[in-house]
Design a protein around this ligand. Structure first.
Ligand code: ATR
Length: 277
């Protein structure tokens, strides 16, 4: 069989294996997805093993997404700017790094009929997910990106990264209590970890009356898919997009990068929903 998988620590609860295995089966591909615990100090050896076992590629999750960079031969433009890799492709002993976190988000957004070209985007958060999404929104033509984050340093760093490395403008906004969302926002994204299971009653501290029906509101949280953040945004008339789409599209991109075959997105979505039942 051809081998793929994920390196992480902890990694046991990672849902990607179930999704990729379902897709391999649906397409009659003799591929396996291995969920492997790799300690931080063993990452170099683990990346060597990708070449030794002639694996098609590997996903990286916590805590390896940034630390893997020195072991890679080449990076995609997005991975280069983000400074983190979640997907590696191995060909003839060379390791190519890609970041499909933001690309999965943008694909899910476009599939729901939205465009990013010349749009104003407001992102809550400045962690790994926010960084990948902000860069990909910029690379897909967003005019302006507001970064709202609790810690000032991380927020300012992400805003200046977008400002310097992409054609989009970006600004950091200090996260005040009952924070109002800028009224010219077209797309609002929760890229914090607030609301993730089991803390399902938590929601970002924003002024929900500042969300208008003209806005498209997205969450990166996929468990639960219907967060309080999205429910409250919908009550204000906004269109909403759950984090499930981003996760499925990210897994679909990985699948195609490794197999060269079009991903069975419906099968993957069903497999994922079952995981969270
Ligand atoms: P991920 O890889 O999922 O993005 P992360 O890199 O740990 O995870 O980032 C988590 C994000 O959620 C951060 O932006 C964090 O804000 P800080 O940079 O200020 O730490 C944000 N976050 C988590 N809990 C939060 C809370 N209660 N209020 C505001 N922001 C929160």
């Amino acid at each position: 069989a051809e081998l793929t998988g994920v390196f992480g620590d902890p990694v046991d609860d990672n849902p990607t294996g179930v999704v990729e295995e379902a897709a391999f089966a649906a397409k009659n591909l003799n591929y396996r997805y291995l969920t492997i615990k790799v300690l931080p100090e063993d990452l170099g050896k683990a990346m060597d093993s990708v070449k030794i076992f002639d694996m098609k590629g590997i996903n990286l999750t916590m805590p390896h997404k940034i630390k893997v960079l020195p072991y890679l031969d080449e990076l995609s433009p997005a991975a280069e700017i983000i400074g983190a890799v979640n997907t590696v492709i191995q060909k003839e002993g060379k390791l190519f790094g890609e970041n499909t976190d933001g690309k999965g988000f943008v694909t899910a957004l476009k599939n729901s009929g939205e465009t990013l070209d010349k749009k104003n985007v407001t992102i809550l958060g400045a962690g790994g997910a926010a960084r990948a999404i902000a860069v990909e929104c910029a690379l897909n033509g967003a005019a302006y990106i507001n970064i709202i984050n609790r810690s000032i340093e991380k927020g300012e760093e992400l805003a200046s990264l977008i400002q310097m490395k992409t054609d989009s403008s970006a600004k950091y906004l200090n996260w005040k209590n009952n924070m109002a969302i800028p009224s010219d926002t077209d797309i609002l994204i929760n890229a914090t970890s607030i609301g993730f299971s089991p803390n399902v009653t938590d929601k970002p501290d924003i002024d929900y009356t500042s969300i208008t029906p003209e806005m498209c509101v997205c969450d990166v949280i996929f468990n639960p898919a219907e967060t309080i953040f999205l429910k409250t945004a919908a009550e204000n008339g906004a269109k909403t997009i759950t984090g499930l789409g981003m996760l499925v599209q990210q897994a679909a991109l990985n699948f195609t990068l490794w197999t060269g075959v079009e991903a069975p997105v419906d099968v993957m979505e069903d497999a994922l929903k079952k995981e969270f039942e």
